[in-house]
Write a protein that binds this ligand. Structure first.
Ligand code: ARG
Length: 625
């Protein structure tokens, strides 16, 4: 195959890449595949449809500018492309409208939901599908049971859901994993709190809220006890400095500590670690009830996990095995009774030092991740694993990737990637605390409902306004989250995200609803669009729209490189803006039947691409609003 990564039946632009590469290669005296891989897409349509930076070919002997000028002369005009425009060392290629329109609209209207995807890319061996698909684990969301669901979890959920869909679109075998924060001393605290404040009935009815309430109460109790303990410690320190006896005070302190919720939590957790059946049964119940609640909410975001893993599920034997290995390979060392990893000694000064095992022998968050990465590899043999976790944990992830590498498992570490993101500022509901995703989504849906009600006549035509408000609210939250680069934080802004003006979720939904409505009102038979007279689409607006639609498969490919949802959104907004300015010029209603049908083919193709883009982002496009 001359062009191994070319899929003309799925990506119309590949037809042009092949054509340009084949014709340009002999002019430069290079291999066609060399030209093929250097052709770039353009930022704006006035720069052409494909661009060749001549210096990228690294041809010796002549100046790139001269080479570009000569190639511009020699390149033959064809049915597909005109003569290239020479701009300095760049060659700009413009696709000829008529054949492009035919290819692009046919491809979209035939491929429908598949347009933009390419399942060949996930094959282990493209020439032998029987060798199966590449496997990826995407770990995301990963909230902590009973603790608030914070903005970091929101972003992880949205971005992770998107990445999972993206890899599925390019044919990978995707395993979605939620690694719950469901282990540690705080669950001892929660269990004790439940004994004190819990109610079986409320737990079953609303586990997430109930456990959260219990957690808040017991935390308060614990905090109240902290003050006198601190005071006493201070006093002991002062007395020691003065040389006075502290025996009585120390006895008093020991008593306070013994009675404290914190100590009771530690003991309870110890019993969980030691396998106490009763403690574990209670814990299992909290966990299971919480998960069934989570599932309902994730479903609203079109997310379904394949596995609820969690810190509690990391096997103690796996931790023992890994600690042995770290000790044997000299990665870890003892330090004041604890076990640590000193990264400086291993040539990674930036990663500092990390505790692997506490003085009392108990493992930590980091310990569990180190054991877990191994266990996942043994179980799934993934080709890639992505962790979608806030940038606040950059160090934590770098540390456990490095430990994996240092202990002789670089083959695993190499396959792992941390997809990080910045903070959301000011995420709270109008009522206050966020306990789980539901609280935010409900709040934004309410706000969206208010916004919808402002337009009374329109509002009255909507059949299930509450349902639409819910979908629009979810879209609003997600689009605001995905608009910028992942690493940038943003302000959670209810007013801005629910507005129909600007590049918002509601704007995108409106664009989709409008296209759906044109289709309904046109009364054109959508099944017959493939035989429409595309040649009637002569206006520049129509041509430019077709050129944009041609780019979608490339946009998806590029997104796989950036792993930025904004790559998709930027494209969708560009496309919907082009649509908005076309409606007055490319009218459907009132046009002659043939023209009407041709324009409807264009709009239906645009709707399909918008639909595909929104679905990739995890949004549910609405037909009416
Ligand atoms: N539960 C953690 C938190 O809320 C996030 C887990 C991230 N994943 C991991 N493998 N450490 O901070």
């Amino acid at each position: 195959m001359a062009f191994p990564n070319s899929y003309p039946s799925l990506n119309p632009v590949d037809i042009y890449r092949e054509h340009i590469a084949t014709n340009l290669a002999p002019i430069f005296g290079v291999e066609p595949s060399a030209v093929f891989s250097k052709l770039q897409w353009t930022q704006t349509q006035d720069k052409g449809d494909l661009l060749l930076p001549v210096p990228a070919l690294q041809i010796k002997g002549k100046k790139p500018q001269q080479l570009a000028a000569e190639a511009g002369e020699k390149f033959p005009e064809s049915d597909l492309v005109g003569k290239p425009v020479v701009a300095g060392t760049f060659l700009q290629f413009f696709f000829k409208p008529e054949p492009l329109t035919k290819t692009v609209l046919d491809s979209i209207l035939k491929n429908k939901k598949v347009y933009g995807t390419n399942s060949n890319l996930g094959l282990r061996d493209p020439s032998d599908p029987s060798k199966g698909r590449k496997k990826i684990i995407v770990e995301f969301s990963s909230p902590n049971i009973a603790k608030p669901f914070h903005a970091g979890h929101l972003r992880s959920t949205i971005i992770g859901g998107f990445i999972a869909k993206l890899y599925a679109a390019i044919g990978w075998d995707v395993w979605k994993m939620n690694y719950l924060g469901d282990w540690g001393k705080q669950y001892g605290l929660l269990a004790n709190g439940y004994k004190k404040y819990g109610s079986e009935e409320e737990l079953t009815r609303d586990p997430i809220n109930h456990l959260f309430d219990v957690y808040v109460k017991i935390n308060k109790d614990s905090a109240v006890q902290d003050a006198p303990i601190k005071e006493l410690k201070e006093k002991i320190k002062l007395n020691k400095e003065k040389g006075e006896s502290v025996t009585e005070l120390e006895k008093e302190l020991a008593g306070l500590i013994e009675e404290s919720e914190d100590e009771k939590a530690r003991k309870y957790f110890k019993s969980m670690e030691d396998g106490d059946r009763e403690a574990l049964a209670l814990w299992e119940k909290f966990r299971a009830l919480s998960i069934s609640k989570y599932e309902q909410t994730y479903a609203r975001l079109n997310i379904e996990f394949d596995e609820y893993a969690g810190e509690s599920k990391v096997a103690p034997e796996a931790i023992v095995a890994v600690s042995k290995e770290l000790a044997e390979t000299g990665v870890s060392e003892e330090s004041e009774g604890a076990v640590i990893v000193d990264f400086e000694k291993h040539g990674a000064k930036k990663l500092g030092k990390a505790i692997f095992q506490r003085k009392d022998g108990t493992p930590l968050y980091l310990t569990r991740d180190i054991a877990e990465i191994r266990a996942r590899y043994d179980k799934y043999h993934f080709d890639k694993m992505i962790y979608v976790v806030a940038a606040q944990q950059d160090l934590h992830l770098a540390q456990f990737f490095k430990v994996t590498e240092l202990s002789g498992h670089s083959e695993i570490a190499e396959k792992c990637q941390h997809v990080n993101f910045g903070m959301v500022r000011g995420m709270s509901t109008r009522k206050g605390t966020v306990k789980f995703l539901d609280d935010i989504l409900r709040d934004v849906a309410d706000k969206m409902h208010d916004v919808m009600r402002k337009n009374e006549t329109k509002y009255e035509q909507i059949e299930h306004p509450e349902q639409v408000a819910d979908t629009l609210g979810i879209t609003a939250v997600m689009v605001q989250d995905m608009s910028g680069k992942r690493i940038n934080g943003y302000d959670f802004n209810l007013e801005a995200m629910t507005s129909f003006e600007g590049d918002t979720g509601p704007y995108l939904q409106y664009a989709h609803a409008r296209l759906s409505s044109i289709a309904r009102k046109s009364e054109v038979d959508l099944a017959k669009l493939l035989s429409a007279k595309y040649s009637l689409l002569k206006e520049q607006h129509a041509i430019d729209l077709v050129r944009l639609l041609a780019q979608w498969p490339d946009v998806v490919q590029n997104t796989v490189k950036t792993l930025e949802p904004a790559t998709v959104l930027t494209y969708l907004f560009k496309m919907t803006h082009a649509l908005s300015s076309s409606y007055d010029i490319l009218k459907v209603i009132g046009s002659e039947p043939e023209l009407k049908e041709a324009r409807m083919a264009l709009y239906e193709a645009a709707r399909q691409v918008l639909h595909n883009g929104m679905s990739l982002l995890g949004l549910n496009p609405v037909e009416r609003m």
